[in-house]
Design a protein around this ligand. Structure first.
Ligand code: SF4
Length: 367
């Protein structure tokens, strides 16, 4: 039955009914069937509208409730996610701070290539020694220590003065070899670095000028490397592996670990390990990513990347910046030595993981 007031005439008595009841006609029967009153007509649309309104309200209410529930659910999820992230970040920071606090710095420094730099007092010697030590920090730890020591012994105590004389450097290093490096590679590095040092006042000033000019760590380092390679003639042997590897181009995608190590030593504030010689803020640094840092960074969720690439270094550093924006790389020394100590198996290994300072936040030990 249609609702009244739909616009059709109200039903009237049918002809059959009228014929069948002629004698029974009453005034009432003769009268036309009652028509909807004005009030009813007026009321009907309102009722229909009311029905629509009610249905609409219900639908809107239900949709609103659903949307509200979804929004509240999403907000709740986001809040729980943010709280979880904050708790996780706090746990990782606490683990890293603990590793740093427990690091036996003097003992570990003696086994680190940076120890060679601390044997010198003149900043010009220190930055040249740092460049030599970082560049030769390649391969087996014991062998590289022996080779750095050998090169520095050959060059004598006043490295910068010696480096002014390319022939003398070449004579002193004759026959030197370390893995793919030959004496001529190391000569080119030292002589080139000394020429840039003299031209700019220091290697640090040369690097800071490039950073100021480019505003980008990678580009600045690339320009600084090219200047040394050019000044030392390393760029004249583009197909020579030793000449290419001893001072690599950071713009080729690798993590440039040895260059980052040099920057950390020279730029981070003096703390008994790093020397704080160069006029560059430590916030500009990227962590030197070697196999130990790459494994630890992945295992404790500082990155989901695998491989020692520039991107990995950027991601790990970005995560560390959350713990100390001014000096994110301060965790590197302790973490790297933790990695060496633990020989991280990157799996749940009750024996080898024993005593690991980041075990509480390691993905392999997540409950
Ligand atoms: S707990 Fe084990 S797997 Fe995890 S980082 Fe430490 S040594 Fe590596």
């Amino acid at each position: 039955m249609r609702a009244r007031g739909s616009g059709e005439a109200a039903p009237r008595p049918g002809d059959a009914a009228i014929k069948a009841a002629p004698r029974q006609r009453t005034d009432a029967a003769r009268k036309p069937a009652p028509r909807p009153t004005e009030a009813a007509v007026k009321a009907a649309p309102r009722r229909r509208g009311a029905a629509r309104d009610t249905a609409g309200d219900a639908a809107r209410g239900a949709a609103g409730d659903a949307a509200g529930d979804a929004a509240r659910g999403a907000a709740g999820d986001a809040a729980r996610g943010a709280a979880g992230d904050a708790a996780r970040g706090a746990a990782v920071k606490a683990a890293l701070d603990g590793v740093r606090a427990r690091c036996a710095v003097e003992e570990r420094r003696a086994r680190d290539p940076v120890s060679f730099v601390h044997r010198y007092t003149d900043p010009a010697d220190q930055e040249l020694v740092a460049l030599i030590a970082a560049s030769l920090a390649f391969g087996n730890v014991k062998a590289l220590h022996a080779k750095i020591g050998e090169a520095l012994d050959r060059l004598g105590p006043e490295i910068a003065l010696t480096a002014d004389d390319a022939r003398a450097v070449s004579a002193r290093l004759r026959g030197f070899r370390h893995r793919i490096y030959r004496d001529r590679d190391l000569v080119g590095l030292i002589v080139g670095a000394r020429r840039v040092q003299r031209a700019s006042g220091s290697l640090g000033a040369a690097f800071a000028a490039e950073l100021s000019r480019t505003g980008d760590l990678r580009q600045a380092l690339g320009a600084w490397v090219r200047a040394i390679r050019r000044a030392g003639g390393l760029d004249r042997r583009p197909d020579d592996r030793g000449a290419a590897h001893i001072l690599p181009d950071p713009e080729k995608g690798s993590a440039a670990k040895r260059l980052m190590l040099l920057l950390r030593w020279m730029i981070r504030p003096a703390d008994g390990v790093d020397l704080g010689l160069w006029p560059v803020p430590p916030s500009a640094l990227l962590i030197p990513v070697d196999t130990h840092i790459e494994k630890l960074g992945y295992n404790i969720g500082l990155t989901d990347r695998r491989g020692a690439t520039w991107k990995t270094a950027e991601e790990i550093t970005a995560a560390l910046r959350g713990f100390d924006p001014a000096d994110p790389v301060k965790y590197d020394f302790a973490l790297c030595h933790l990695g060496m100590l633990q020989q991280c198996p990157s799996r749940r290994d009750p024996v080898r993981c024993q005593g690991c300072g980041v075990k509480p936040v390691c993905r392999h030990w997540d409950e």
